[in-house]
Design a protein around this ligand. Structure first.
Ligand code: UDP
Length: 476
């Protein structure tokens, strides 16, 4: 029997491991997981990516880069009463779309199981976003290990886990003291992550959300788009809660790995590129609040006035935000308003950009840090207050300029801070931002950098899982 199996298992063992990747459809979750997929494919792994039709377009760069090792597995988006037909991504709904989109995707469980069972070469492991905690049970059912992918900071995971473990204790307190966490951080209730606030506000905690999140830490492995350089004390805290095994992989910032999908200056619109090329090094503040948030008219008016008063060069990326009439003419030559989507990472990497007015979404944070830009933080919702605390109070690489999703900034103050921090050089925050940029870069570029080593360890782990799967097949 063994003799018959050997030639078969030898040829099987020389095939690359086949994984299935399941991203969550919000840009801040999807793009880094596709970046990770890209890095895994570069290291010899084959991947099937689960996607719904409305998000297929985001796979195009990956499919072109790896035509023979990436396959899309397209499932129709399960309808939900509170989502309009065609809406399949949080960028079309804002933060409030998360719950219905999460509920819709849960209905893909049976179609995924059917796909897996009928596959001639089924995947040996699943990597899925932490907003898809239910895939932990799914993996149990089909007997493959799940790796949870966290597109968030260790600090946030620590805060979430602490809050969910102590939900009754923190319920009636404001501010909330997270005493057992490193540095014992304190948050106003309104600055806690949105999913925690939702659990605090409902008469009884949203147990499904809590269970879904907690499933992540029970996973076989977890992969973090962060860096030991940025938050090693929270990394240790999280490791203690994942069962003490060593399958915690810290492989970020993914945006900084060479040969990335989105860094090429060719991704910048030619007009914007030549405008940046014509600006002095470090003189431009780049303004963008992620993929989900649109500002109100009052906020836009105040921000426009602040930019005007700062006398600093700027690029302001807007989605549906109402820009004041005449503003673009008044700042013509000194500032650009760009409508729609820009390749943010490529713009931030441009040598002309010295400051980043940001909502502090985790991807923007990593992109800002790795570009060495001084971050001017305006956290608004979700995890952004937690990220801003890390940046301003723990790392010292950012200045807070406003806070709150509804808050209208003080234009005079905003203009003053921009003028004093962008393009002047020598300020403490800029020096610290440059120091952290250099350290973070070492982790992803040098052969013994911590993130490079963890990425290799992760690929080896897939090799181990594959050999175990093959030996089980032989036994069976
Ligand atoms: N992004 C971009 N162009 C835009 C707006 C956003 O490339 O015009 C990217 C940005 O670079 C980041 C992601 O979208 O990678 C947004 O993620 P983040 O976590 O910063 O914020 P979210 O959109 O989740 O609030």
């Amino acid at each position: 029997m063994t003799e018959v199996m050997l030639p078969e298992s030898r040829s099987e063992s020389s095939k690359p491991p086949h994984l299935v990747v399941f991203p969550y459809p919000a840009q801040g979750h999807l793009l880094p997981l596709l970046d990770l997929t890209h890095q895994l494919c570069l290291r010899g792994v084959n991947v099937s990516v689960i996607v719904t039709p409305g998000n297929l377009t985001y796979l195009s760069p990956l499919l072109s880069a790896h035509p023979s090792s990436v396959t899309s597995v397209v499932f129709p988006f399960p309808p939900h009463p509170s989502l309009s037909p065609g809406v399949e991504n949080v960028k079309d709904t804002g933060n409030s779309g998360n719950l219905p989109i999460m509920a819709s995707l849960r209905q893909l469980r049976d179609p995924i199981i059917d796909w897996f069972r009928s596959h001639p070469n089924p995947p040996i492991a699943l990597i899925s976003d932490f907003f898809l905690g239910w895939t932990h049970d799914l993996c149990d059912q089909i007997s493959i290990p799940r790796f949870a992918f966290f597109s968030i900071s260790f600090f946030l995971v620590s805060v979430l886990q602490y809050c969910f473990e102590n939900i009754d204790r923190i319920k009636s307190t404001d501010p909330v003291h997270l005493l057992d966490l490193p540095r014992a951080p304190i948050f106003k209730e309104e600055h806690l992550p949105s999913i925690v606030r939702r659990c605090l506000q409902t008469p009884s905690p949203d147990l499904e959300t809590i269970k879904d999140f907690s499933m992540n830490l029970l996973s076989y492995g977890s992969v973090f788009n962060s860096s030991q350089v940025l938050e090693d004390e929270y990394l240790e805290y999280v490791k203690q809660r994942t069962g003490g095994h060593d399958r915690v992989f810290v492989i970020g910032p993914l945006c900084s790995f060479g040969s990335g999908l989105n860094t090429d200056p060719g991704f910048i619109d030619p007009d914007l590129l030549s405008w940046l090329d014509g600006s002095q090094d470090g003189s431009v503040v780049y303004v963008c609040f992620g993929s989900q948030k649109a500002l109100t008219k009052e906020q836009c008016d105040a921000l426009a006035l602040g930019l005007e008063k700062s006398m600093t060069r700027f690029v302001w990326v807007v989605k549906k935000d109402p820009i004041p009439d005449g503003f673009e003419d008044r700042v013509s030559g000194r500032g650009l308003v760009v409508r729609g989507w820009v390749s943010q990472l490529a713009v931030l990497r441009h040598v002309a950009v010295g400051g980043f007015l940001s909502h502090c979404g985790w991807n923007s944070v990593l992109e800002g840090i790795t570009s060495g830009a001084v971050i001017l933080g305006w956290p608004m919702e979700a995890d952004q207050f937690v990220n801003a605390k890390l940046l301003v109070e723990h790392l010292g690489v950012a200045v807070k300029v406003c806070e709150g999703g509804e808050t209208v900034p003080d234009s005079v103050e905003l203009g003053r801070v921009i003028a004093e921090t962008v393009g002047v050089g020598g300020c403490d925050v800029a020096a610290r931002a440059e120091e952290i940029r250099r350290k973070t870069e070492v982790a992803v570029t040098e052969a013994n950098g911590s993130s490079v080593e963890d990425l290799q360890r992760l690929v080896k782990e897939f090799g181990k899982v594959k050999s175990q799967t093959l030996s089980l097949d032989v036994i069976n």
